[in-house]
Write a protein that binds this ligand. Sequence first.
Ligand code: FPP
Length: 233
Amino acid sequence: MDGNGRWARRRHLPRIAGHRQGVKSVHSVVETASNIGLSAITLYAFSAENFLRRPHTEISFLMKLLRRYLKEELPLMQRNNVRLSFIGRHQLLPQEVQERIAWAKEETSRNTGMVMTLALNYGSRSELVDAFKSIVHTAANNGGLGHLHIDEETINRHLYTHNLPELDLLIRTSGEMRLSNFLLWQAAYAEIYVTKTFWPDFRGTHLLEAIQEFQKRERRYGGLIEPHGAAAQ
Ligand code: FPP
């Protein structure tokens, strides 16, 4: 959800005005995603780097916005049967935010539709570090490191995203051509869609455009595509 600051600057508004407007985009995207039957959507709300490098006033505004968002948007989640989930090192977030997260998770835990995951204080590299620590810890408690067996499935099982389906489409707003430490492992075969639209202008219709583009892509997963009409051998 990138471009909030630039959206605001273009309007001679403070950065927080961009974040506030960004909440409307989240609303629209969640509603559309759920209406078209997506099984999961993951939004990169605050990176671990944002936490370290943004001014205290901006972080504190974002924390307040998040708490308010979780409370005010609960009816949207319930109406759309959306289950909330969170990834990232939330244990480092302010106590009252952690409590609101736990509350929102519990309130939506019986919903059976789309899983909406918010990445908060998230970094893909720290997720991998946590996964490797968890693998070693689990092995140590289950017969010792001599029994340690690691393959891709083991790593998947220990990632924050272990309950989510394979990542198909990764959308980056505001024209940036990088992943910025987001779901690096999970994005191995994801289709990447970059739009110049700033997040505060992004709406459900933009999501549909991205999906339309995704549907035109040929996904080869390292294999070959048979020429049209070629008979299977
Ligand atoms: C990146 O834009 C955006 C953020 C660091 C915050 C994203 C937060 C929201 C969209 C609102 C809160 C979200 C929820 C779910 C309540 P930027 O500030 O880096 O923009 P810039 O790159 O233009 O400076």
